[in-house]
Ligand binder design. Structure first.
Ligand code: 4AD
Ligand code: MG
Length: 483
C-alpha cells in the first residue's frame, strides 16, 4: 500500500472533514500532557497553522507518547471532531500514532521558545521548521509562481540562459571562475601565463552575473522573453542586501522604449505583490506581527512609519514616482540631510553614483513612495544602455523601494551598431569576442529594453524580513557556503 495516504493540514482547515477517519503526518511543535490526555500541536508545512492532536493514554501507549516530543515526526490516524478547547475549531482524536522519526529532546536544537534569527542562520538545515521560515518560504514560492503566471499570461516566453559564460555582462569584473584545472598545477603558455586553451571550454569562463545578454538574443526573435535563474557575484559586500548567489528575473522585450519598460516594471511589481497579498494571507499576517515586534525593539527614528501590510498595500495602490537622475541630484543636494551632513557621502556634484542612503532618502523621506529613477550619467552605467541625445546620460532605470533601496535595474538598450561599438571600445569591452551580441545590431536591429528584478530583494520586501540571508534557504555570502 502506498505510504502517503495523508490529508494536508491546509486542506483539513479549508474543507469539511467532520467525523471522518483520516491520517495526517507532520512534526511536533509542542506537546502538553496531563494524567488524562496529551495535546500535540503538529505542523506539516502546508500552513502556518498547527493542527491539534488529542491523545488519550488509554489508546496510545506511554512509550509512544513520550517519543512524540518537540521536533519528532509523526503519522497520526483518527477522527476529526469539534474541539473542546478555545484555540481551534476542530481537532484530531488519535486512534493510532506512529513515530516516523524521533528527536531527542536533550539534543534537538529547536525549542518552542523564540530563537534569534542569527542563531537560526547557524542551523539553516532546521530553520525551515519554524513559523517564521515556513512563512517566508511559502511566500517566496507564491512570488516565484506569480512571476511565471504574469509573464505567461502576457505571452512572454521563459528562456533558460546559461549559468556558465565567457562574458561579464555588467562589466564589474566580480565573477566566480569556472575551471577544471588543478589549481596547484595549471598548464602554462610558453610565456608563463595560465593556458586557458587547455581548459575544459578552451577559454576562460565564469558563473554568470546576469542572463541579459543572452536574453537580448532571444528577444530578437521571440520578441517578449524573460529569464528567471541564479546569478553569481563575487563582490565582497557584507550587507543585509547582498548575496553572492541570488536569483534574478530578467524580462527583455523587442519594440519597447524606456517608457514602455517603466510601465511594464511597475505593473509587474504591483501584480506579483498583489498575488502574494491575496494568496498568502495567513503567512503575511504572521510576518506583519513579527515585523511589528522587531520594529518595537528599534529606536524611534529608525522605525518605519508603516507596518508590513500597510507598506504592501501602499505600493500596490499608488503610482510610483518617476524622475531623472539629474532631478534626483537636485533634490538630494538641497535636502536637509545634505546640508546638515547627515549623509555619509555628501552630494556635491552631478555625476556621482548614488549610495543606498541616498536612494532610501528619496523613497522613505522625500517622496514616501517607490521611485523610478531614469537617465543616469553614462559613466556610472553599463555599456549596453541606450545613449541619450544629450551625450551625457543613458536610458537607464533603477526602481527604488522603501526599506530596500534598489530592487530593479534596467534600461532601454543601445540598438544602433555604430554607437554601441564606439561605447564598447571606450569601455575596453572586446568587440571581437562579443561578435554574436553585435550581430543582433547588424541584422534586424530594433529598439528594445529590459530590466532585472533581484528576487531576494523582492522577497525581503514582501516578507518584511530585515536580512537577505533570511529569505533564501541556504545563503551564499563571503565566508559562508555551508549546507
Ligand atoms: O542592477 P543589476 O546589476 O542589473 C543587471 O544585472 C542587468 N543586467 C539587469 C537587466 O537589465 N536585465 O542587478 C539587477 C538587480 C538589482 O536591482 C538588485 O535587485 C539585484 O539584481 N542584485 C542583487 N541582489 C542580491 N545580491 C546582490 N549581490 C545583488 N546584485 C544585484
Ligand atoms: Mg543596478
Amino acid at each position: 500500500m502506498a505510504f502517503n495516504k495523508r490529508v494536508k493540514i491546509k486542506e483539513l482547515l479549508e474543507k469539511d472533514y467532520a467525523d471522518q477517519d483520516i491520517t495526517i503526518m507532520g512534526w511536533v511543535r509542542t506537546k502538553r500532557s496531563n494524567k488524562n490526555v496529551s495535546f500535540i500541536a503538529l505542523n506539516d508545512g502546508s500552513s502556518i497553522k498547527n493542527f491539534q492532536v488529542v491523545a488519550d493514554p488509554n489508546l496510545i501507549n506511554e512509550e509512544t507518547l513520550k517519543k512524540a516530543s518537540t521536533g519528532a515526526c509523526l503519522k497520526v490516524s483518527g477522527k476529526i471532531v469539534t474541539s473542546q478547547g478555545s484555540g481551534q475549531q476542530i481537532e484530531l482524536n488519535a486512534s493510532k500514532i506512529e513515530i516516523l522519526g524521533e528527536a531527542d529532546p536533550e539534543k534537538y536544537p529547536l525549542q518552542p521558545k523564540k530563537h534569534s534569527l542569527e542563531f537560526l542562520r547557524e542551523i539553516a538545515h532546521l530553520r525551515v521548521r519554524t513559523n517564521t521560515f515556513g512563512a517566508v518560504f511559502r511566500v517566496r514560492h507564491a512570488l516565484a509562481f506569480a512571476v511565471h503566471k504574469y509573464f505567461n499570461d502576457k505571452g512572454f516566453f521563459y528562456i533558460h540562459t546559461p549559468i556558465i559564460t565567457a562574458s561579464d555582462a555588467e562589466g564589474a569584473g566580480e565573477t566566480f571562475k569556472v575551471t577544471t584545472f588543478d589549481l596547484k598545477n595549471p598548464p602554462l603558455t610558453p610565456d608563463g601565463k595560465i593556458d586557458y586553451k587547455a581548459d575544459f571550454f578552451e577559454r576562460e569562463t565564469n558563473l554568470t552575473v546576469s542572463g541579459q545578454l543572452e536574453g537580448e538574443l532571444a528577444a530578437m526573435g521571440l520578441a517578449d522573453i524573460y529569464t528567471f535563474g541564479p546569478t553569481f557575484r563575487a563582490e565582497n559586500s557584507n550587507t543585509t542586501r547582498h548575496l553572492a548567489e541570488f536569483w534574478m528575473i530578467e524580462p527583455e522585450m523587442a519594440f519597447y522604449d524606456a517608457e514602455d519598460n517603466q510601465d511594464l516594471a511597475e505593473d509587474f511589481l504591483k501584480y506579483i505583490i498583489s498575488y502574494a497579498l491575496e494568496n498568502c494571507k495567513d503567512d503575511i499576517e504572521f510576518l506583519d506581527k513579527r515585523a511589528e515586534e522587531e520594529e518595537s525593539t528599534k529606536k524611534a527614528d529608525k522605525r518605519s512609519e508603516m507596518g508590513l501590510l500597510g507598506r504592501l498595500q501602499f505600493v500596490v495602490e499608488n503610482e510610483f514616482q518617476r524622475l531623472t537622475y539629474t532631478e534626483a541630484i537636485d533634490v538630494l543636494k538641497n535636502s536637509n540631510y545634505n546640508k546638515k551632513k547627515k549623509f555619509q557621502y555628501l552630494i556635491e556634484n552631478w555625476g556621482v553614483d548614488l549610495q543606498s542612503e541616498h536612494e532610501r532618502y528619496l523613497v522613505e523621506k522625500h517622496f514616501k513612495k517607490p521611485v523610478i529613477l531614469t537617465d543616469y550619467p553614462k559613466e556610472i552605467k553599463a555599456f549596453y544602455m541606450r545613449q541619450n541625445d544629450d551625450g551625457k546620460t543613458v536610458a537607464a532605470m533603477d526602481i527604488l523601494f522603501p526599506g530596500i533601496g534598489e530592487i530593479v535595474g534596467g534600461s532601454q538598450r543601445e540598438e544602433r551598431l555604430d554607437l554601441l561599438t564606439k561605447r564598447m571600445e571606450e569601455m575596453n569591452i572586446p568587440t571581437e569576442e562579443m561578435w554574436w551580441y553585435l550581430d543582433t545590431r547588424r541584422f534586424g536591429s530594433t529598439p528594445h529594453a529590459g530590466f532585472g528584478l533581484g528576487f531576494e530583494r523582492l522577497v525581503l520586501f514582501v516578507t518584511g524580513m530585515g536580512n537577505i540571508r533570511d529569505v533564501i534557504a541556504f545563503p551564499r555570502t563571503p565566508g559562508h557556503a555551508e549546507f
